[in-house]
Ligand binder design. Structure first.
Ligand SMILES: [Zn+2]
Length: 234
């Protein structure tokens, strides 16, 4: 392996480590924010489910009250019926009593159904809330880990920067300029292996014979004629 290639690979390795450290520092606030936002959305959804469950219970209680009022009404009808003088009056009250009783029976059925619904809904709510506590604990742990990683990366930055600078100092200025340009424009590896003996490992285009020769010896920095990345054949 040519000396130039060895030095370029050292630079690439150190530049990659520096990039990872930079990202760990820069992306931490956004990552934390995103995790907390997702957690808050989760809690909000759980709370909405609890509210919906309580509405079911409120509807059942309303029926219970209405049913109670009807019971009172029936008692009044019975009292009136006992004092009815005319047959028609008696029958009308009798009819009211039967109709009210039928309504109460219907309401009882509805209350039972609502009770079942409420029980099932509260069961899911309890499960969700239990799960949410676990999720929250995991999120807090993950945030702590990210925070530690960011802090460690922040500490490492000066060393990594110095190592990249040292690797650059060992290379011709013109090669360093090209290296920086590729990293800036491509955002990934500046130096890639030739694939299948003929393709650039970055853009996958077929390389010309002269480039392939240069990539093999690497006496001078060989570049892909399509994307500009440095190419080499190990
Ligand atoms: Zn290429």
């Amino acid at each position: 392996m040519s000396d130039l290639l060895t030095r370029l690979l050292v630079l690439q390795d150190r530049a990659a480590k520096l990039l990872i450290a930079h990202r760990a520092v820069e992306e931490f606030p956004d990552e934390k924010e995103e995790m907390l936002t997702r957690l808050a959305a989760r809690k909000k959804a759980d709370l909405e489910h609890r509210t919906q469950a309580l509405l079911i219970d409120a509807a059942r209680k309303k029926l219970e009250l209405e049913s109670g009022s009807l019971e009172v009404q029936i008692a009044k009808f019975i009292a009136q019926r006992s004092m009815a003088r005319k047959q028609a009056e008696y029958e009308a009250l009798e009819h009211e009593i039967e109709a009210s009783k039928a309504k109460i029976s219907l309401m009882d059925d509805q209350q039972l159904a609502l009770m079942d619904q409420f029980e099932a809904a509260m069961h899911s709510v309890a499960e969700e809330e239990k799960e949410c506590i676990e999720v929250e604990s995991k999120v807090r742990t993950a945030i702590l880990a990210l925070e530690e990683r960011a802090a460690a990366a922040q500490q490492e930055l000066p060393t990594l920067q110095a190592e990249v600078a040292a690797a650059k100092a060992a290379l011709p200025a013109e090669v360093v300029t090209r290296f920086d340009h590729i990293l800036r424009t491509k955002g990934d590896r500046a130096i890639v292996v030739v694939d299948h003996g003929k393709n650039c490992g970055g853009c996958h285009m077929v390389l010309g014979p002269r480039t392939l020769l240069a990539a093999r010896s690497f006496e001078e920095a060989a570049s892909c004629e399509h994307c500009g990345r440095f190419v080499y054949i190990p």
